[in-house]
Structures are given as C-alpha cells and as structure tokens.
Design a protein around this ligand. Structure first.
Ligand code: ZN
Ligand code: MN
Length: 504
C-alpha cells in the first residue's frame, strides 16, 4: 500500500456553563433531581411565555471566549433552530446562527511525549444555546417505553467549534484535555462528562493524494495546487470520554480508508453522514444523513433582544482571567526549571495546588525539592485521606521549613518522611514534630564518637577499607543506625573513611 492519507478532524464541544439557573428562565440546573421537577412554563414551551436571558450565563460564555482569544463582536443575537424531536418541547432550540457571540479564536496544544509538534488549533466560533431534554428508554423492563425528562431543557450551553485543524485522534484527545483544563481553571464549567457537562461530536474525513488519472476536484479544501481527493465527512456522536473520542476517530479513519479502497474513484456526491460510537463493540454505526443548516430554517428569535458588548467590558473580563494554564506551564518550566512532566502533574491538579507549590518553592528556595514533596507526598496524602489542601493541616510555609531543615542537616534525611507525616497528623511545625518523634539532630562530634567506637570494635572493616574495599563501611552504617536512628548515613560514611585515612 503505497498511498498515504491525511486525517482531517474538527470538533464540536458542548459545554454546560456553571450557572445556578437555566438560560431563559429561573429553573434550577442542579444535576440528579427527580425527572421533570425543575421545569416551568417557559422551559417546557407553553404558548404565551417569554424567555429572559440569564446574564450570568452570558458572562461565563464571554469569559470563555476571551480566554480562547476569540474576537467578540459588539452585537450578537439569538436565532431559532427548528427541528422536531420529542425532547424539544418548543420544536425549536434557541441558539445563535449568523452572528455568534464570539469567533476566530485559538487554543495551543502540545504533547508532553513529543508525538506531535506544538500546534495552534483555531476556534471557528463559540456560541450560546439552550440544551434539550433527555429521552429515557426503558430497556430494562423490556417494554421499549420511552419517557422524557425535561429538567435539562433550557440549561445554558456554550458550543465551541474548531476549524478542521486536528490531524490525528491523539491531537483531538489532547485538544479536549487542554480545553477542559482551561475551562475548569477559569471556573466556567465543571466539565463533568458523566453528568453531561461536556459533550463532544467529532467530524472526520481523509484527504487522499489522487493519481494522475483521477478527475480534478476543484473546491476540495486541501487541493491547493496538489491533486487531492476528500472522502465524505462523517460526524461521530455518542462518545462518553476523551479516550472514547480517540478510539472512535481511530476506528473511523480506518473504516473510511477501507471504504475508499472498496469504492475507489466511484465516490460521486455522498452526503455528510452521522455515525454513533459503540464503546463496548469498539465500532461506529451509521445513524442518518447529516442535516444541512438550511434544513433547520433558522430565523432571528423575535422574543429576545440582541446583546451588545462594549470593548471596555471585554477588557474587564480579560483582566479578571488570571494566569491561564499555558502561561502557568511556561512559568513552571522556564522560571522554576521543572520538567514538563512535573509541571503537568501540578497544573492538572488545579490552581490551588499550583499556588501551594509556588509558595513552598519560593519560601524553601528549592523548586525541585518543592515539586518532589508536593507531587509525591502531598498529593499522595490528599488522595489517601480524600481531603483538600485547605484541610490538610500543612501550610506551605511549614513544608518549606521542612525542606530547608533537611538541607541544613537539622532533620535527618532518612527520617524526613516520618517528620512530614507527624507534621500532618499532629498539625504541628517541624520542631514539634521532631520532638514528638524523639528525633534530635545528631551533631558532628556525636557522629565522630560513634564512628570511632564502631571502628575500634571492627578492625576487619579497617583492613578491608585499606585493602581498597571502601564498601566494607556499609556494615558499620547498619550498626550505627541501630544505636542512633537519627544519624545521616552519608555523613557517617564520610566520617568513617576520614578516620581510617587519618589513622594511617
Ligand atoms: Zn424553566
Ligand atoms: Mn449545538
């Protein structure tokens, strides 16, 4: 198989914005309530009711759009997207069509393992819309009954659409992780996929170099002077995790390639297709041909006033965003010399952990040691005890003090973890933890006395070391630890070797 193809992927992400109430009425958006208990005449589409925009939802959408470096038009309006479906009581969804609240942004992605170069993924647009309800199919009872829960109807969603800039399933997965990180950092969504707060549809097709006998296909997007054929675009739905998105795209790229080989040069005009991902079987299945936007008969919603946004408002939002994950990552790697792995571990834990790390690193004067303690020990304790940094009982200043005292030799290195544990359990500082454990720093004269005593009792060690076997000292370290568990083994070893040498 000498032919190769380019995989072209674009994503459509629906993010539930973290508001208490719905987009056009006062109903709660809380997840998990009894079906149809969070509805009102507005969101179930009773005639004569009027929607009123939730200002908070618009603010969160604006925050996201600015964080994605989108252009924010001064004027944006609402449109009705019309289709009939049982979970849509009005028979139209209030969305945004030709004047979305933001467009032309971007998000940069990178692969820590270097599988692809750092790249900029363009955002075509991000617009606000309301969610539909949820169909519940009674498969358990085997009757095939379907019921509708309208609690979700009218929940504010931000639909984020990328340009088809992604070139592999891994890039798509990486984009989603980076987007989720950004959205949780700026506090606009919890991005909980299990609860439907983040839903992904993926568009994929293949661009295949054509042989000279193929007819030219003007209008093919990648046909910039080259002779390329594009397979039909497939939209994949029903993916419940980022890993599922990656698997579904891998499967679909293979399926499209296989189909292309079977129908080689007989493609003709194939409409866009929608396929659903079956996670258990690991395959996509055909659903329906994809609607064109003309099928929805969009028109401006006469019940809602357009929204205006001033440049001053945009700048206010920009100023309130704080340091975004990409900038923070660069600061950790460049300013604190952390590995990209350590930087990612910290950033993926969220802002609180990063701020804690920065305090420890600055106060201890040792970023590498701070990163080790935070990523290994602090995160382990948080996980084991299922607690947060606030209730951990180890302020950053205390951890910094521990790191400093280990370096100074005031806390014996081998017992540092015990001290750390005692500081957390008893909620005390280093000095009190040392006292509670009965650890006193062993001073130099004590070490010398202990080394002299043990050497005198072990003449064979001395002769072995003199015969060139320096490792013979190891036996003495074990004995010394039994007599005083607080000794620093490295320093003790150095002292033994010095004593043997000077006794010559
Ligand atoms: Zn309502
Ligand atoms: Mn949508």
């Amino acid at each position: 198989m000498s032919e190769t193809y380019t995989t072209i992927i674009g994503l459509e992400v629906h993010v539930q914005l973290a508001t208490d109430s719905k987009l056009f009425c006062g109903c709660s958006t809380r997840f998990g309530a009894e079906p149809n208990t969070q509805t009102c005449p507005v969101c179930i589409g009773m005639p004569g009711t009027l929607p009123v925009m939730n200002r908070r939802a618009f603010e969160l959408a604006l925050r996201t759009a600015v964080a994605l470096d989108c252009e924010i038009p001064a004027f944006t309006k609402w449109d009705r997207k019309q289709y009939y479906y049982p979970d849509l009581p009005k028979n139209y969804q209030i969305s945004q069509y030709d004047l979305p609240m933001s467009q032309h942004g971007h998000l940069d992605i990178r692969d820590p393992k270097g599988a692809f170069a750092t790249k900029r993924v363009r955002i075509l647009r991000a617009h606000l819309e309301e969610d539909a309800g949820k169909s519940l199919h009674d498969e358990v009872a085997g009757k095939g009954d379907s019921l509708i829960d309208l609690n979700r109807t009218g929940t504010p969603l931000l639909e984020i659409v990328t340009e088809p800039d992604l070139r592999s399933p891994l890039e798509a997965k990486t984009f989603l992780s980076e987007l989720k990180l950004l959205l949780t950092y700026i506090g606009v969504s919890d991005c909980n996929m299990q609860e439907g707060s983040l839903r992904v549809d993926a568009n994929i097709n293949l661009h295949i170099p054509a042989s000279s006998t193929d007819p030219p296909r003007p209008g093919c997007p990648s046909d910039q002077g080259k002779h390329t054929i594009a397979t039909p675009i497939v939209e994949i739905k029903n993916m419940n995790s980022f890993r599922a998105v990656e698997r579904a795209l891998e499967y679909e790229a293979g399926r499209l390639w296989h189909e292309w080989q079977e129908t080689h040069r007989k493609l003709g005009e194939v409409p866009k297709l929608t396929r659903g991902w079956d996670d258990v079987a690991g395959v996509t299945r055909g659903q329906r041909s994809k609607e064109e936007s003309s099928d929805y008969r969009y028109f401006p919603d006469p019940d809602l006033a357009p929204v205006t946004v001033s440049p001053a408002e945009v700048e206010l939002v920009r100023g309130s965003l704080g340091e975004l994950p990409a900038a923070l990552r660069a600061r950790l790697q460049d300013g604190f010399a952390l590995s990209s792995y350590d930087a990612d571990v910290l950033i993926n834990q969220g802002q609180a952990v990063v701020v804690y790390f920065l305090e420890v690193a600055e106060s201890a004067g040792d970023a590498k040691a701070a990163a080790n303690w935070v990523t290994q020990d602090v995160l382990r304790v948080l996980k084991e005890t299922n607690t947060t940094l606030d209730s951990l009982g180890l302020p950053a200043a205390r951890l910094a003090e521990l790191i400093r005292q280990i370096k100074l030799g005031d806390v014996p290195g081998p017992r540092a973890r015990e001290v750390f544990q005692a500081m957390i359990e008893r909620r005390v500082d280093v000095a009190a933890a040392l006292e509670s454990l009965g650890i006193a720093a062993v001073d130099e004269s004590e070490l010398i006395a202990l080394a002299s005593k043990l050497l005198a009792a072990n003449p064979k060690t001395i002769s072995d070391v003199r015969a060139g076997k320096a490792q013979a000292v190891g036996a003495l370290i074990g004995q010394a630890k039994k007599q005083n568990p607080n000794i620093d083994p490295t320093r003790f070893r150095e002292i033994c070797l010095q004593l043997i040498e000077t006794a010559l």
